[in-house]
Design a protein around this ligand. Structure first.
Ligand SMILES: [Ca+2]
Length: 370
C-alpha cells in the first residue's frame, strides 16, 4: 500500500525532490573487497576490470574477483582532501590498443589541479606503459577540494573531462579564461577538439565545452549520444544536466543551494536569462558520485533506460525513471546499503557495478531480486 501511494504521489509531482523508499527490486553481491577508497572502474574484457584507489593505486580485478598488485608507473598524485587518483575509462578500442585514460589531482607550481593521462596496459597487465599527461587544468591552486574528474569518451574517441571549481575559485566558473568549473573536450592526444564552442575566441581556453559548473563527480554518454552530468551543489542544489556545447549551467550566479550553515550565495537567485536550468535538483544534497544508464534488460524492461546515480551522503543509488529529458519518478535503490556509493557503471555483460567509498571499499554487482 505504501509503495502505491508513493508512486501516485510521484506521478503528480514530477519535479519534486522527493524520493520514494521502496523495497528494492535489486540486491548486491560482492565481486571484490579490500579496496581502499576506490574511485573509478573500467572494463577491459574477458570479465576483467581496472579499479583506481584514491591514494594513488590502480589494480586489475580478475574475472574471479581477485585483486592484482598495484600497477607500476602510475604517476605521482596529490592525494589530499578530495584529491588523488580518481576516474578512469578503457578506450573504446581497448581490445586493440590496450589504452586506459585516467585523471588525478596533479601536484605542481601553485598547488594542484586535475590532469588527464593516457597509457597502455602492459601485455602482462602488471604495469602502465607510455604514460602521457595529455591535459592539465589551468591554473593550479592550493586547494584540497572540488577536482571534478569524471571522464566520458564520445563515439568519435574524444574525451570529455569534468573539472571542479576548486571551491575558493567558484567565480571562475563564469569566465572562459580558466578551466575552473568547466567541462572540457579534448582529442585523444590532449589537443582541444577543433569543433569546441569557444575555439578562436580571444581570451577563451579552447578546450572548454560548457561552463558554470561546481563539482561534477558523475558523467556518462547517454544512449542518446549526449553528455549527461551530475554535480554537487553547496548545501542543497545537486543537479542533473545534459552538458551541451557552449552552454552556461549557472554556478555560482544561480543555484538551488545555499552556503554551508545557511545564507544566500550571491544574489540568491535560482534562475536567470541565458543560464540553463537543471533537469533535476536535489534539496537536501545527496552528494552524488558516479552515474550510468541501464541499457540492458538484465533488470527487466522497467529499468531499461533508467539513470542510476550514486549517493555518498545517504548511501543508496538514486534510480531516475526518464522520459526523454524529464525525470518522471525517483526511487531509492538499496536504501539499506549503508555504504557510500562512489561509482556506478554498466558492464559489457549488462550488469550494474558499484564502488563503495571506504578504507575497506568494495566492488559490488547489482543482482535482480528473486
Ligand atoms: Ca546549475
Amino acid at each position: 500500500m505504501k509503495s502505491i501511494s508513493c508512486l501516485a504521489f510521484a506521478a503528480v509531482s514530477l519535479l519534486a525532490a522527493t524520493a520514494c523508499a521502496q523495497p528494492s527490486s535489486v540486491t548486491t553481491e560482492v565481486v571484490a573487497g579490500g579496496l581502499q577508497n576506490p574511485w573509478g572502474l573500467a572494463f577491459i574484457g574477458e570479465g576483467r576490470m581496472v579499479v583506481t584507489e584514491r591514494a594513488g593505486r590502480m589494480r586489475v580485478v580478475g574475472a574471479d574477483g581477485r585483486l592484482g598488485e598495484p600497477l607500476k608507473n602510475v604517476p605521482n598524485v596529490d592525494a589530499v582532501g578530495q584529491g588523488g587518483l580518481l576516474d578512469l575509462v578503457a578506450d573504446r578500442d581497448f581490445a586493440r590498443n590496450r589504452t586506459l585514460h585516467f585523471c588525478f589531482s596533479e601536484p605542481g607550481l601553485g598547488g594542484n589541479s586535475t590532469a588527464l593521462a593516457s597509457a597502455q596496459l602492459s601485455a602482462d597487465s602488471r604495469s602502465l606503459e607510455g604514460v602521457r599527461v595529455i591535459f592539465s587544468q589551468k591554473p593550479k591552486v592550493a586547494s584540497r577540494l572540488h577536482f571534478g574528474c569524471r571522464i566520458a569518451q564520445a563515439s568519435d574517441g574524444s574525451l570529455f573531462l569534468t573539472l571542479g571549481d576548486r571551491f575558493q575559485r567558484m567565480a571562475d566558473a563564469q569566465t572562459l579564461d580558466t578551466h575552473h568549473g568547466k567541462v572540457v573536450r579534448v582529442r585523444p592526444d590532449g589537443s582541444a577538439h577543433p569543433d569546441n564552442p569557444f575555439v578562436g575566441r580571444s581570451g577563451a581556453l579552447p578546450e572548454i565545452w560548457s561552463l558554470g559548473h561546481r563539482n561534477m563527480q558523475s558523467a556518462t554518454i547517454g544512449p542518446d549520444g549526449r553528455l549527461w552530468t551530475v554535480e554537487h551543489g553547496p548545501q542543497g542544489g545537486d543537479e542533473l544536466n545534459v552538458a551541451q556545447a557552449g552552454k552556461n549551467y549557472g554556478w555560482p550566479s544561480i543555484t538551488y543551494g545555499e552556503n554551508y550553515g545557511g545564507g544566500k550565495i550571491g544574489e540568491g537567485l535560482t534562475r536567470k536569462e541565458g543560464l540553463e536550468q537543471p533537469l533535476k535538483y536535489w534539496v537536501p544534497s545527496i552528494a552524488p558520485s558516479g552515474m550510468a544508464f541501464v541499457t540492458s534488460e538484465r533488470y527487466g524492461k522497467d529499468m531499461k533506460g533508467n539513470l542510476l546515480i550514486g549517493s555518498l551522503k545517504f548511501q543508496y543509488v538514486a534510480r531516475l525513471v526518464m522520459n526523454g529529458d524529464k525525470v518522471v519518478r525517483e526511487e531509492k535503490l538499496l536504501p539499506d546499503l549503508r555504504q557510500r556509493v562512489r561509482d556506478v557503471r554498466e558492464g559489457p555483460d549488462g550488469f550494474i557495478y558499484l564502488l563503495t567509498d571506504d578504507r575497506d571499499g568494495q566492488l559490488l554487482r547489482l543482482k535482480p531480486r528473486g
